[in-house]
Write a protein that binds this ligand. Structure first.
Ligand SMILES: NC(=O)c1ccc[n+]([C@@H]2O[C@H](COP(=O)([O-])OP(=O)(O)OC[C@H]3O[C@@H](n4cnc5c(N)ncnc54)[C@H](OP(=O)(O)O)[C@@H]3O)[C@@H](O)[C@H]2O)c1
Length: 239
């Protein structure tokens, strides 16, 4: 049985990736930072479906020592999905070095050092890495400078790792368009939401399952590496 680690997977898109991989016979490692309670709940649900098929790892990905702890705590790995992310608005004028670190550390530095630390284990399984990027890696989202930069870096990381870790590890990306509305600091007004929906040729938001199914496709796609698939209802056509 294959094993997958999905970062930031207690809820929302990450949790759906976990459910779809689990349904497809993966042993899953649910990673969380603040959301331990709901991660445990998801883990229990999956273990009730199949005994000893899920476990939870808690770690703050902004802390490099904790990332080493994740790498050391995993025995064998077939699939790493870098999904955890920090997303909140900041105009250039109000951006600080602390904002830069809080976003770049989780969205870019952590995927790099997880890939580095887990590469030997992935390599021995002929495994793969899938980075969850964003269509705004290509065209910037207004007032989200640091986030845009982090995701552009993650897209380049995908290509760089694909080249350097071949032939034993494949590395690909999935770039979601609008899937779930942001929460907390990044909430949108109804007007903003309607404006965004009007720009999507397929006329609606995507679902977490659209992202999870693409992750599963790439995990099985033995002759694809270095690619990023936009799952955006055609949004990039209208940008
Ligand atoms: N939602 C969308 O429509 C959309 C659109 C484009 C791209 N994406 C990308 O798709 C992925 C999933 O999106 P989402 O909206 O489901 O993500 P999300 O809910 O904003 O974040 C996912 C998880 O990241 C974890 N995280 C944040 N800071 C962390 C830290 N310091 N250490 C460890 N974990 C941390 C959080 O875990 P805890 O709760 O446990 O702290 C959170 O549950 C992200 O990479 C996002 O950029 C999403």
């Amino acid at each position: 049985m294959k094993t997958a680690l999905v970062t930031g997977s207690s809820a929302r898109i990450g949790a759906e990736i976990i459910r779809v991989l689990h349904k497809n016979n993966y042993q899953v490692i649910i990673h969380c930072n603040n959301s331990k309670e709901i991660a445990d709940q998801l883990c229990n649900d999956l273990n009730n479906l199949r005994e000893n098929s899920a476990k939870v790892i808690v770690c703050d990905l902004s802390n490099i020592a904790s990332i080493d702890m994740i790498n050391d705590s995993i025995d064998s790995l077939d699939l790493l999905v870098n999904n955890a992310s920090v997303f909140y608005p900041n105009s250039i004028g109000e951006s600080s070095p602390e904002h830069w670190d809080s976003i770049l550390n989780v969205n870019l530095k952590a995927p790099f050092f997880l890939a580095k630390g887990l590469s030997e284990k992935l390599s021995s399984q002929n495994g793969s890495i899938i980075n969850i990027i964003d269509i705004h890696a290509e065209r910037p989202l207004e007032k989200h400078a640091i986030y845009n930069i982090s995701k552009a870096g993650l897209k380049m990381l995908t290509q760089t790792l694909a080249k350097e870790l071949a032939p034993s590890i494949r590395v690909n990306g999935v770039s979601p368009g609008s899937i779930l509305w942001p929460e907390q600091d990044a909430q949108l007004t109804d007007d903003d939401k309607n404006l965004m929906l009007k720009k999507i040729p397929l006329n609606s938001q995507g679902s977490p399952k659209d992202i999870a199914d693409t992750v599963l496709f790439l995990a099985n796609a033995n002759y694809i590496t270095g690619q990023t698939i936009n799952v955006d209802g055609g949004r990039t056509l209208a940008q």
